[in-house]
Design a protein around this ligand. Structure first.
Ligand code: PLP
Length: 400
């Protein structure tokens, strides 16, 4: 679709690089997904039932853990994991501010206090030394975020957790395909939380999954996601009894519907193929951006496998001739969508007004400079070439 020779930016009245918008993260919707959802509709059972159970079993098997518990979102996966870990008022949870507000809200909803440690300047994952410094006698858990799909150094973080007797709850919303020194993300911490949100590699529309090796934690999570009620509706529907139920603690309403599990299930078989395709697109971006001063992809950890969920660059305004916001505005005018991952949570209004957070210089600087370029398994080489053509065009117009 690229090929316009008009060097004037579309923002200034030039011809856009693309005639139509290049979406940031379009989902893959194949015949498999359509058939799977239609079969579930035809089955007459829409809410949590056999498809959710199948997703749980197969996700646990691929991760190599005894339990996967499906939830209504990754946010709820995090929240229920914190509750199941016994985190509550008076407790502190050390996490990253370089994340989606979901991570921090999950902590706040337990009544605990989020304590932010700064991130590594290269990968933007939690810096284990900063985590160590953030620990106080009130710290009960670590909540690392595998940013963009780049795994945190879980060996270092688990060592810190073991020394201080802390629970490890991982935010793996971006990291289904990641590993750390050969160990799959999902089989490392006490609880690992994944997302089935529309843009994620295992998209179901909305949804989440917690993996855990603990029988006791899995049982608690299953109770917590369904009001603390001791019988699940699918099991009850198959018994020919009235089904007296009991509530053993006031839980939440956070179950995954079969319709969503049905949309996600066919992708389980194709996760590796999609990951390989995204890895090729990432290499294409790396090559194409290398000559452009001031536009650099964030670093990728050398101790593990990257899930390639996001392609995030840093824009240094001194070298690139304009700042991140100017690049984003120019790219959207060229019909290339971009993403902002992330604005540091502690700089947003509510958190600024209610939490007292010491300066986090690496996080704050990254928040000013990061820009995510389109990356999804549904993209073609030609799509990435269009994105690159647009970035080159904007760079040529802006660079000093
Ligand atoms: C790092 C991170 N954590 C948690 C979430 C929350 O996921 P969900 O939308 O499934 O609740 C997101 C959502 O994009 C995310 O990016």
């Amino acid at each position: 679709m690229s090929g316009s020779t008009d060097t004037r930016l579309a923002l200034d009245g030039g011809t856009p690089v693309r005639a139509t918008m290049l979406d940031f993260s379009p989902p893959v919707i194949g015949e498999e997904e359509v058939e799977s959802v239609v079969a579930t509709l035809r089955s007459g059972w829409l809410t949590s039932g056999p498809r959710t159970a199948e997703l749980e079993e197969r996700f646990a098997a691929r991760t190599g853990v005894p339990h996967a518990v499906a939830t209504s979102s990754c946010t709820e996966a995090l929240h229920l994991s914190l509750v199941a870990a016994g985190i509550g008022p008076g407790d502190e949870v050390v996490t990253s501010s370089f994340t989606w507000p979901a991570t921090v809200n999950a902590i706040l909803h337990t009544g605990a206090t989020p304590v932010f440690a700064d991130v590594d300047p290269d990968t933007l994952d939690l810096d284990p030394d900063a985590v160590q410094r953030a620990i106080t006698p009130q710290t009960r858990a670590l909540l690392p975020v595998h940013f963009a799909g780049g795994p945190c150094d879980m060996d270092a973080l688990c060592r810190i957790a073991a020394t201080h007797g802390l629970c490890v709850i991982e935010d793996a919303a971006h990291a289904v395909e990641a590993d750390v020194r050969g160990r799959k993300v999902g089989a490392i911490g006490d609880f690992t939380c994944f997302s089935l949100y529309a843009t994620k590699s295992l998209a179901g529309g909305e949804g989440g999954i917690v993996t855990t090796s603990s029988d006791e934690s899995a049982e608690r999570l299953r109770l917590l996601r369904a009001h603390g009620i001791t019988r699940d509706p699918w099991k009850r529907a198959r018994t020919r009894t009235l089904g007296h139920y009991d509530v053993v603690e006031p839980g939440f309403k956070a179950n995954l519907a079969d319709l969503q599990a049905a949309a996600a299930l066919p992708k389980l078989d194709r996760l590796e193929a999609f990951h390989a395709h995204r890895a090729e697109l990432v290499a294409r971006y790396d090559d194409g951006l290398a000559p452009l001063a001031g536009i650099e992809p964030i670093g990728r950890p050398d101790y593990g496998r990257h899930a390639h969920h996001l392609y995030v660059v840093r824009i240094d305004p001194d070298l690139a001739g304009a700042d991140r916001d100017a690049y984003a505005a120019a790219l959207i005018a060229e019909n290339v969508a971009t993403g902002l991952h992330f604005l540091p949570v502690h700089t947003l209004t509510w958190y600024r007004e209610h939490l007292s957070v010491p300066p986090l210089p690496v996080t704050e600087r990254a928040g000013d400079q990061v820009l995510s370029l389109p990356l999804a398994a549904a993209h073609t080489d030609a799509d990435i070439d269009d994105a690159l053509a647009a970035v080159r065009k904007v760079h040529a117009a802006c660079s000093p």
